[in-house]
Design a protein around this ligand. Structure first.
Ligand code: CO
Length: 301
């Protein structure tokens, strides 16, 4: 019995050295990595959206190191117990220390607001340091120029359920901001309007608030609204501000105003069209001779 155990242990050691040692010895640090950066969420269920993005990125870049960072500092410690999510700075520093040379950052932000601009600054500071990262490139936020506005408007229309009737309103509610990039929300409203007069954009913070949107929906005479978050994850804002039981939620206020609500509680990361777009943008970053997509051109002050 003892003998056979020893034989087994010996066999295992041999197997280990045959299969593991050469790869351990020959393991070079990954030259290229993808860093996915999101705001973060405290809602566990909402992470399905992030998981889906990660899965698609890994499938598109097999063998490439894929890491995460969150920009909402208050949420980092809540990511998972005993396993905090790194900041962008921490994630980039770690990759550099491991010998990574090129990092493609996939920003899951919707607009180039304060969060995105902080990310941009951090990324730029980490680029080209001696013995550090050679190149850091960023995929811009979903909305960042006229082409992206036109394209996102088209994709949002595509993502609406087929059961929605033409005379029913659809409303996408974004986070909103007091940053200058808040103009992207009314701009998106414009492009959506060129496709469908009954599709609207609202924001939880800022000028496109419930009253402003209600007024517009009333002028169209719609009796029903399809309500969806315009956010990467359907997290806290979706479950409370949009769909909550509180009389202040958008759902309850619509009901109080005699407008039926059909909730679509999905984050953008749960729609294949948006995830495909992110993956496509990442692929574009990797193409040489495309300085247009390097971070210097995505600067928004
Ligand atoms: Co918020």
């Amino acid at each position: 019995m003892r003998k056979s155990l020893r034989a087994l242990a010996l066999t295992l050691v041999c197997l280990f050295s045959v299969f593991c040692l050469p790869t351990m010895a020959g393991q070079k640090p990954a030259e290229d990595a993808v860093l996915i950066v999101a705001f973060g969420t405290s809602v566990k269920k909402a992470r399905a959206s992030y998981a889906n993005v990660e899965q698609q990125v890994k499938a598109a870049f097999p063998g490439r190191e894929v890491r995460w960072a969150w920009t909402a500092h208050s949420l980092l410690r809540t990511a998972s117990p005993g396993n905090a999510m790194p900041t962008v700075q921490e994630a980039l520093a770690k990759l550099a220390a491991e010998g990574t040379k090129n990092v493609s950052i996939l920003s899951l932000h919707v607009i180039p607001g304060a969060e995105y601009n902080d990310l941009l600054r951090t990324a730029r500071a980490q680029e080209g340091l001696p013995k550090g990262l050679r190149q850091v490139r960023l995929v811009p936020p979903l909305l960042h120029d006229t082409d992206s506005l036109r394209e996102v408007a088209r994709l949002l229309m595509q993502s609406l359920p087929k059961e929605r009737k033409n005379d029913e309103a659809a409303l996408f509610v974004g986070h909103g901001t007091h940053h200058a990039a808040g103009v992207f929300y009314p701009a998106l409203q414009y492009y959506l309007n060129t496709l469908d007069k009954n599709v609207f954009v609202g924001t939880i913070e800022g000028d496109l608030d419930f009253d402003a949107v209600l007024k517009q929906i009333r002028t169209r005479g719609a009796r029903k609204v399809w309500l969806a978050p315009l956010m990467t994850v359907a997290g806290d804002h979706a479950s409370n501000d949009l769909f909550g039981a509180d009389p202040e939620s958008w759902r309850q206020r619509f009901l109080k105003n005699g407008i039926q609500v059909q909730g679509i509680a999905k984050g953008l990361g749960e729609y294949p069209v948006f995830v495909n777009r992110w993956v496509e943008e990442l692929k574009q970053l990797g193409k040489m001779g495309k300085p247009e997509t390097a971070m210097s051109t995505t600067r928004v002050r």
